[in-house]
Design a protein around this ligand. Sequence first.
Ligand SMILES: Nc1ncnc2c1ncn2[C@@H]1O[C@H](COP(=O)(O)OP(=O)(O)OP(=O)(O)O)[C@@H](O)[C@H]1O
Length: 597
Amino acid sequence: MKNLIKLSKFLKPYWKEAIASVILLVFIVIMDLAIPRLVQQIIDKGITPGNMDVVKRTALIMLGISFVNTLFAIGNNIFSVSASEAFSRDLREAVFQKIQEFSYSNLDQLKTGNLIVRLTSDITILQQTFRMNMRIGVRAPLIILGSFFLMYSTNAALTLKIIPMMLMTAVVVAFFIYKLGPLFLNVQKKLDSLNTVLQENIAGVRVVKAFVRRTHEEERFEVVNDKYSQMNIIIQRFYSAFSPLLTLVINFAMVAIVWSGGLQVIQGTLTVGQIVAFTDYLMTAMAPLLIMVMLANAVASGVASAERVEEIFETQPDVVDKPEAVVLDHSIKGRVEFQHVSFYYDGAVDERVLDDINLVAEAGQTVAILGATGSGKSTLVNLIPRFYDVTGGKILIDGIDVRDIKQESLFASVAITPQDTILFSGTISQNISYGNPTASQAEIIQAAKAAQVHDFIRELPEGYDTPIAQRGVNLSGGQKQRIAIARAILCHPRILILDDSTSAVDVETESKIQAVLDELMKGCTNFVVAQRISTVLNADKIVVLDRGRVVAQGTHTQLIKSSPVYKEIFDSQLGDGNHALHDLLSGKKMMGAAANG
Ligand SMILES: Nc1ncnc2c1ncn2[C@@H]1O[C@H](COP(=O)(O)OP(=O)(O)OP(=O)(O)O)[C@@H](O)[C@H]1O
């Protein structure tokens, strides 16, 4: 509940609407409570003595009240909807902004599917909880209290007779609210799992088809879908048992009133109008109890959702600027040094992914990171822009520890094309200029030319204005990678990291890209992660990683003589059986020279 109260701060800017809706609600309650009294008046002062004037006058008042009540109910609706809509919009925005602050490891922990459910379903539930509270939350207790007061003023002895039953009802309601909270939390967790499977499946639908894993995926989905549905069934069963139980209590109370009140009418101590008004008030008091069950439903699910949304707000981004952090000047040289760097993910101290890494990339050098899959290449380069913080040692840029640099200036100096190419919906031009939105068309074209993607774009009917479908599905892997390289180039970084970003590009195009990059990005320090040895041959330094450790570093000529691991990789990829590729690569220098010339 405390989380729900905490989140109510998002309602603060709309307090006027919220208060207006509650005030209207109070008037609605007063009018609702007046009706049984007027019925009593019609019976006792109109029908029984045969006074039609009283009947007509009272009926007109009742009509008037109903009309005003309707207007007030509409007003209440408008105010509560606009306050709760504004509340959920602001909350969604705040959660979205908070997610942008998260580091990679924060995002590893709070999975994407999970975050989407919190941003959508949980916030919608919270919105409904607040709206219901503004519409019926205040109304129900007011009506119950008002009805009892009026019942008591009509006939105190009769009211006291139904108190035990009311207490029983209160216990049932409290038990219900107490039990529902954990169930709703569970439902949202099941929805998380459902969404994660759904998201993985939709994102990987091509892989599913290619590997004929449809049945497996259907089974996987069936399991989470069933669990979600089962949880909902439990709640609904619980809920459906409550309503008849409450009706039973109401009926008992009604019998007690008619029995005991009937006797009083016969004895002449109670009028017919009074007993009708009394039963009316009882119904009026009991109906909100049913509504309160709905409200309990909403509050219980709201409490569960509030806990999940608050968890996002309470998550501390684990990569933050130090107060004394410095701004990295864009005129830096770009010398990068790893000093005894070690790293493990998610507190897994015993599973070091990088161990005692020492390496230097001099300003303007191209350093290639080579190694088997899973050897830690991506992890190593991800530490430079602080996607994760090192767990041991330090990384220096021009002698400054990256943890002492303001992140924004670090990102401005370091551009990375991640292993998985991410493109956004929008045009090709917008995607290339994503990191430098003020770039001119000429600059965009220059970057595209360098990335060897200009000719492809030019041939498209809409050229640079061609829309990219969601996640770039209308482009080939190699085309996407080259657009991502152009995007990185256009940021004019001092340090450029290409993380296996030419893996889907053919060897010839890759060598052209490298040749042009050598020229265009002169002075920029390049890190090139690769599994293909052809990608790294011309690097100033090749670092060979094996299970998180540097096992060799040097130029190709040095390593081929001194490193058995490197020689083994070289032979396996470009050895005797790969003459054609070897020949092509020996022409690489020539192409580089041609580009330079
Ligand atoms: N976000 C993560 N959370 C936990 N472990 C991770 C994470 N990312 C990578 N790992 C683990 O760290 C190790 C190194 O992974 P990394 O991606 O750095 O290797 P890599 O050499 O780049 O591999 P590849 O060539 O296949 O891309 C692997 O064992 C991997 O399972």
